[in-house]
Design a protein around this ligand. Structure first.
Ligand SMILES: Cc1cc2nc3c(=O)[nH]c(=O)nc-3n(C[C@H](O)[C@H](O)[C@H](O)COP(=O)(O)OP(=O)(O)OC[C@H]3O[C@@H](n4cnc5c(N)ncnc54)[C@H](O)[C@@H]3O)c2cc1C
Ligand code: FES
Length: 245
């Protein structure tokens, strides 16, 4: 995935408490430029004895902060705050979970897949990208996951948007979890209006610019059907039906 980085950090307190869908605020400078921390989802936590206490971040370089982070070398220390926000809500008992990832939106969903499988759920993942080179590597996805791929140029999997896979896979799922660009959520909202997810919970991870990440600055306020919500504190996971499109 050119321009995308996978970074493992040893952070035992955060890793032990983290829930899928939560995020960390990362300080992305040694000085004050950029001043504000950047929010990144917790991508996965280590399972093995040796790596215990480690967590991974998966991020695309889009500006100064992520560019700084991409240049960190093994052994350096970085400053993280977390885990923050409310994660995905998976209802018991064990059931069929459908995960929908657009591009780097795979970031929080691998952790959810890991946890879902550990709790006895069946997990299917619809993974979409513009082309094969931009696809998250399949060998990093837990082998128990039923993986289905779509690329916009058809270089691997079905040609088209990842949401095109939903007609075949949404009916068998009890809960749907999505992370990707706003255009993907708009497509989900359209499908929802047409009855695709009747009676199902569809949870999406909202991406907005954040200041503090802890409910203090109101920089991430979002108008929802149930009033003004803070993405950092009330989210970043929201029910699709509560959002205004
Ligand atoms: C809860 C949450 C979790 C996130 N998890 C991940 C993740 O796991 N992996 C990942 O790659 N990215 C993630 N993001 C997005 C990430 O925070 C931004 O890409 C990052 O802050 C950009 O910082 P920068 O300094 O590199 O870019 P900047 O120089 O600040 O901005 C560069 C460009 O990116 C846009 N941008 C910056 N921040 C955001 C944002 N939060 N939302 C939308 N557009 C933005 C700007 O408008 C600008 O066009 C997440 C965002 C949120 C809110
Ligand atoms: S980022 Fe400050 S209140 Fe949410």
């Amino acid at each position: 995935m050119p321009g995308t980085y996978l970074l493992w950090v040893m952070a035992p307190e955060i890793a032990s408490e983290a829930q899928p869908g939560q995020f960390v605020m990362v300080r992305t400078s040694e000085g004050y430029d950029p001043l504000l921390r950047r929010p990144l989802s917790i991508h996965r936590v280590a399972r093995g004895e040796r790596e215990h206490g480690a967590l991974a971040l998966l991020f695309a370089v889009v500006g100064r902060g992520t560019n700084w982070l991409a240049q960190r070398k093994e052994g350096e220390a970085i400053d993280l705050l977390g885990p923050l926000g409310h994660g995905f809500k998976v209802d018991p008992p064990p059931r069929n979970l459908l995960l929908v990832a657009g591009g780097v939106g795979i970031a929080p969903l691998v952790f959810l897949a890991q946890r879902g499988i550990a709790e006895g759920h069946q997990v299917a993942l619809l993974l979409g990208a513009s082309a094969k080179a931009q696809l998250y590597p399949a060998h990093l996805i837990p082998p128990e996951v039923n993986l289905l791929v779509a690329t916009e140029d058809g270089s691997v999997g079905r040609r088209g948007m990842v949401t095109h896979l939903l007609a075949d896979h949404a009916p068998g799922a009890e809960q749907v979890f999505a992370c990707g660009p706003i255009s993907m959520y708009q497509a989900l909202a359209d499908m929802s209006r047409k009855g695709m997810f009747e009676g199902k919970s569809v949870q999406v991870s909202m991406e907005v610019r954040m200041g503090c990440g802890r409910g203090a600055c109101y920089g991430c306020a979002l108008e929802t059907k149930s009033g003004l919500r803070l993405v950092c504190k009330d989210g970043p996971i929201f029910e699709l039906k509560d959002l205004i499109w």
